[in-house]
Design a protein around this ligand. Structure first.
Ligand SMILES: Cc1cc2nc3c(=O)[nH]c(=O)nc-3n(C[C@H](O)[C@H](O)[C@H](O)COP(=O)(O)OP(=O)(O)OC[C@H]3O[C@@H](n4cnc5c(N)ncnc54)[C@H](O)[C@@H]3O)c2cc1C
Length: 468
């Protein structure tokens, strides 16, 4: 698979417009939005970028509006993307994946999002789940699922959020109780991307066997480190720590935090078709309309013991560590969407004439475009540095991921809004891509930890640094 990525060749790859090479990539990214897109990239990364960019422009962009309008989840196109190596970006090559780094992945997801933001965003979730299984599954589980996830014969979903617990994820109520040969899961999850269509669900559930970290601790309970690579804080600071360490567990310990805290949560693989597993109707959404989002319910769903990921009680830590990568990737998708918006706006402003001159000739337009390009470039750099911190397992990786997510998703949404403004009334019409990009990027400030929670993560680290 990696060879296909490297060579830009695959059975299902559409014919490239020319030889894939670093020069080709550099040309492609010499657009208005592309400043800095290829800076600091290795020649190999430039090839991944060119491959993803060709696919995005040839196979995603022409269909994105239709998929959005019809609410169509394009499974065949996802499998084509998997044929290029994008279904198992971090999965080892001997299990059918591409064996790439976080830094490589960020480059790929940005390029794909240029063609269709929610398509790329679903791929990031699918890859996040594969990453969890690769890291925490037994050998049997890894070989059972990873090759078929890499080809996207199987699609994946990540089930953390519940109706009553979003930011305070450690307050979850879904339980897994021991049963003969495994576990019985009961409860419900909300907002699950790919829900109902996905075949493999990684589900976080409270294991009711006393491994909980102690009541009132919320995500800070149980003494787990929650991904910051630093010891848990004293009890007085637990409220902020729950958010900081857990990322999404913002109010745990401050009255929420559920019973037992993050230490009482385990992660399981649940297969579609399991008796007792059911799905709510697709949510009607502002954006991300081409991918399904729904509630997932568990009524005494039996899961064999081999489907436990990691050790019992490690599920919250697993879920939060995965979100570090997810946040960088969602940020990369924001950069890709905003790049598309900037290019559209720059082209339009050059062509549209008012008061006898091009809109682009007004200094107000020029300054707006200059600021948009600068925000985009800054977002891209922050995403790249966070991805490298994750690859290096740097102590500050969680904070870097939170900064990249907070900054890039907010700034790139603002870029898309400015782009829409530059198109005037046409920016509001569905015949132009701007209104869709705005709708699609909006949710990136909300999911995988809201941007308020990202600020808690960052400020917590600052407090620790100041106290040390
Ligand atoms: C389209 C979509 C797809 C999604 N996909 C998935 C998925 O695949 N899997 C999954 O598990 N989840 C998914 N989610 C859920 C998403 O992660 C949650 O919606 C998000 O974490 C916020 O939780 P909440 O909606 O319960 O909001 P709440 O946690 O109720 O937050 C409400 C508001 O309060 C703020 N807030 C909360 N706590 C604090 C605090 N301590 N300090 C300051 N402000 C605070 C929040 O920032 C927010 O503004 C998805 C959501 C959407 C919309």
């Amino acid at each position: 698979m990696l060879d296909a990525l490297r060579a830009g060749q695959s059975a299902s790859r559409p014919a490239p417009p020319g030889p894939v090479s670093s020069a080709h990539s550099a040309r492609r990214f010499a657009s208005v939005s592309g400043w800095g897109a290829s800076l600091h990239l290795t020649p190999e990364q430039r090839d991944f970028q060119a491959l993803a960019s060709d696919f995005a422009r040839g196979r995603l962009e022409p269909h994105a509006a239709g998929w959005d309008a019809r609410g169509e989840f394009p499974v065949a196109a996802l499998r084509e993307a998997a044929g290029l190596g994008f279904g198992g970006v971090y999965t080892p090559e001997d299990l059918g994946g591409s064996g790439l780094s976080r830094a490589d992945g960020a480059v790929i997801f940005e390029a794909l999002a240029y063609g269709d933001v929610p398509f790329a965003a679903y791929l990031t979730i699918h890859n996040m789940v594969s990453g969890i299984i690769n890291r925490h599954g037994s050998e049997a589980v890894r070989s059972r699922y990873l090759p078929r996830l890499a080809s996207m014969e199987l699609l994946a979903a990540y089930c953390l959020t519940e109706p009553g617990s979003g930011s305070d994820a450690a307050a979850m109520r879904t339980v897994a109780t021991p049963a003969d040969g495994g576990w019985l899961i009961s409860g419900s999850k909300a907002f699950i991307s790919g829900g109902g269509v996905a075949d493999v669900y990684v589900v976080m559930a409270r294991t009711a066997t006393g491994d909980a970290g102690g009541g009132g601790g919320g995500a800070g309970g149980g003494g787990i480190e929650l991904g910051l690579g630093v010891p848990p804080p004293p009890p007085a600071a637990v409220s902020a720590a729950a958010a900081a360490g857990g990322g999404e567990s913002a109010k745990a310990g401050g009255g929420g935090g559920g019973k037992g805290g993050g230490g009482g949560i385990s992660a399981f693989i649940v297969e579609k078709g399991s008796p007792g597993l059911s799905f709510g109707p697709p949510e009607r959404k502002m954006g991300w309309r081409m991918q399904p989002t729904c509630a997932v319910s568990f009524d005494r769903v039996f899961v064999p013991s081999g489907q436990l990921l990691g050790r019992q009680g490690e599920g919250f830590k697993i879920a939060m560590a995965a979100l570090d990568g997810g946040r960088v990737n969602i940020a990369a998708c924001s950069v890709g969407g905003a790049a598309r918006a900037l290019d559209a706006a720059a082209a339009y402003a050059g062509e549209r004439s008012q008061f006898g001159q091009a809109v682009a000739s007004f200094q107000a337009s020029q300054f707006k475009l200059a600021d948009m390009a600068t925000r985009l470039a800054a977002s891209r750099l922050l995403v790249a540095s966070a991805a490298r911190a994750l690859d290096a397992a740097a102590p500050e990786a969680t904070t870097a991921a939170a900064m990249a997510k907070r900054f890039a998703t907010d700034e790139c949404f603002a870029v898309a809004l400015d782009a829409q403004q530059l198109l005037g009334g046409y920016g509001y019409l569905c015949d132009f891509p701007l209104e869709r990009i705005v709708r699609d990027l909006r949710v990136h400030s909300i999911l995988e930890g809201t941007n308020e929670v990202m600020r808690l993560v960052i400020s917590r680290q600052l407090q620790r640094a100041a106290a040390s």
